[in-house]
Ligand binder design. Structure first.
Ligand code: AMP
Length: 623
């Protein structure tokens, strides 16, 4: 275990509701602007008033302590109001990402047993969540009275109330809900308020989807400190140019993102600012990115932690370019142990598995006692009864300077563009396809920050799995970021002497015969050649056929943003994202010549794009 990162939080202060911390701030600075989104803003007083109104409505519907409420909302001020109102009503929220397939959302609703979904009317929640009450927040005229918003008396034990249940990828084929209490998050926020710290004149740009717990820092930290949160809408959070626009327009000086999203911003031409705090986390921070950020910002922080221990558990301020990259030291009231295989602390310098203990440790998985007993263990290093530690599956080591270093995973959980994925979940869903006799999925990093999922399948009973059908099978069951970019059919998996699959010996997709045999109709016109050139550079495929579709060729959310930007740079035409989903290269090329920039996307295209952006980019957590 090592010394804390510098923040000290009184445990008694964590025994409360996070929304109470916000109300205290609302009373201190009622007229300051609390939140901005899409040219709309709320002062602390207005925010408190709207929350009070919605909380009263929820209470009238019987929502209270012990209830779970689903949130099926676009990124908006409504979303912020809903989060706080659910807590205010004493209930806990379950993010139901509008970008996820209906099948997955319905599973989450059933598994959590939630009773009510707060939704935006345009998301058609009634159809998705049949049999569950749906309250459309944009159709609700609630009058809120901010005057009545005194903090609720912090009854002893309030911190142990459930705050949210967040579903994360599950290796057995279905996602699992992690149940977090208010005190987990209150401790985290109070610690963050001190280190890295936030000031009342800070403006934070929130870019992360609710499905990723780190959105909690973005939405609540500014609000307990009198600062301002600018909420990027779904399409803004996936578009480097628009993020740049928001940073300039609102004089943003604080942002948290995954490495992928930071890259998107830098590639869009962000030159940084002399007083800018950049928090980076969710996956390993590469040195080239540190250097890019260090030359653009005053403060660069590496943040580390799993959902199961509330957002971030350690943090480290990177001193400058080319400095070693640590994940640092634990936040307040948090202990990190590096243990060897027999559970003994590893000495400094020696790697072991990371275990996290303290106030951030979640209540556990929802209705999964067998998983709880695997991952949430009694903490043998402290005397206090009931103290638990979470087994992360991460490898790390302490250095003699007291910092922790991250050294990868010990299992097949991976991070792809910031998204946490259990490869076993994709394999299990793939194996459910009637033509698949076996499936293995792995990640290949084709360039720094550009990881691709590749699925290897065996045919079942002579049936030849077709990549289009497999992709469709997965698309209706998994979030887009879990759908592999490449599919490869094998006759047998390479095996290790012990009979297990030798993942390292799986052939790289580039060398596959499939690729060489693919019929290619070469680009003919200037426009086709231009698009083919952009695609082959981004997708790293040598041969592009005019009948290819960008996503079928291995495209993903970040790459489509890059393709649109590059085509726009070269031609002045901005092609709509939805066209990349449905059209072939030749169809896209047909609209290139002679069109001025503004006409590149028509109104109908924009509307469609709104919905699709979300589905493609998922979380905005890193696109
Ligand atoms: P999630 O539950 O989605 O927050 O994912 C947690 C996992 O992401 C951790 O267990 C790590 O494997 C990885 N992770 C998070 N932050 C970092 C970081 N700064 N450096 C390396 N890995 C990280």
């Amino acid at each position: 275990m090592n010394a804390a990162a510098g923040a000290a939080v009184d445990l008694a202060a964590t025994d409360r509701h996070v929304d109470d911390l916000v109300w205290e701030q609302a009373i201190r600075t009622p007229d300051a602007v609390a939140a901005v989104c899409d040219h709309d803003e709320l002062t602390y007083r207005e925010l408190a008033g709207r929350v009070a109104g919605l909380a009263a409505e929820l209470a009238q519907r019987g929502i209270g302590s012990g209830s779970l409420v689903g949130l099926h909302l676009d990124r908006s001020l409504d979303m912020l109001v809903a989060l706080l109102a659910v807590s205010r009503a004493g209930a806990a929220y379950v993010p139901l990402d509008p970008d996820f397939p209906a099948d997955r959302l319905r599973y989450m609703v059933e598994d959590s047993g939630l009773r009510l979904v707060l939704a935006h009317s345009w998301l058609d929640a009634d159809t998705t969540f049949e049999g569950v009450d749906v309250l459309e927040v944009d159709r609700l005229a609630v009058a809120g009275d901010a005057g009545s918003l005194l903090p609720s008396p912090a009854g002893e034990g309030a911190g142990a109330d459930l705050m949210y249940v967040l579903y994360t990828s599950g290796s057995t084929g279905r996602p699992k809900g992690v149940a977090l209490e208010h005190r987990n998050v209150a401790n985290f926020l109070l610690s963050m308020k001190q280190v890295p710290g936030i000031a009342s004149d800070d403006v934070l740009l929130a870019v992360t989807t609710l499905s990723f717990d780190i959105s909690g820092l973005e939405l609540f930290l500014p609000l307990i400190a009198g600062a301002r949160v600018v909420i990027a809408t779904r399409d803004e959070s996936a578009d480097g140019d628009r993020l740049l626009g928001l940073i300039e327009e609102h004089q943003v000086n604080f942002m948290q993102a995954t490495p992928s999203l930071w890259r998107l911003l830098i590639e869009a031409g962000w030159s940084g600012a002399p007083r800018f705090k950049a928090l980076c986390g969710g996956e390993a921070l590469p040195v080239d990115l540190v250097n890019s950020l260090a030359s653009r910002c005053s403060d660069v922080w590496n943040m580390y932690g799993p959902t199961e221990t509330a957002i971030w558990s350690t943090c480290y301020r990177i001193p400058g370019a080319d400095a070693p990259i640590y994940i640092g030291r634990p936040i307040a009231n948090t202990r990190v142990y590096v243990l060897d295989k027999s559970g003994r602390p590893a000495p400094p310098g020696v790697p072991g598995e990371l275990y996290i203990a303290g106030t951030g440790v979640a209540r556990g998985y929802l209705n999964r006692p067998e998983l709880d007993s695997e991952r949430f263990l009694p903490d043998p290093f402290v005397q206090a009864p009931g103290e638990r530690m979470y087994r992360t599956g991460d490898l790390g080591r302490f250095l003699t300077n007291g910092n922790l270093e991250f050294r990868g995973r010990i299992d097949s959980q991976v991070k792809v563009r910031g998204f946490r994925i259990e490869l076993g979940e994709i394999e299990s869903v793939l194996s459910g396809h009637p033509a698949v006799g076996g499936a293995v999925v792995r990640v290949i990093e084709v360039a720094p920050g550009d990881a691709r999922l590749v699925a290897y399948t065996l045919p079942r009973d002579g049936a030849q799995p077709d990549s289009g059908a497999l992709r469709e099978h997965l698309r209706t069951r998994l979030p887009q970021y879990m759908v592999p970019q490449r599919f490869v059919t094998l006759d047998a998996f390479p095996l290790l002497p012990n009979g297990k699959i030798d993942r390292g010996a799986l052939p790289a997709p580039e060398s596959m015969e499939d690729e060489a045999k693919r019929p290619v109709l070469a680009p003919r016109t200037e426009a086709e050649k231009l698009i083919a050139d952009v695609w082959s550079g981004l997708l790293r495929v040598e041969r592009v056929s005019v009948q290819d579709n960008f996503f079928d060729l291995g495209g993903h959310s970040l790459l489509v943003a890059a393709a649109i930007a590059e085509i726009r740079k070269r031609t002045g035409v901005r092609l709509a994202i939805n066209r990349f989903v449905f059209e072939t290269l030749e169809q896209l090329a047909a609209s290139l010549p002679g069109k001025p920039e503004a006409e590149g996307v028509d109104e109908q295209g924009k509307e469609k794009e709104r919905g699709l952006l979300g589905r493609l980019f998922g979380r905005g957590r890193g696109a």
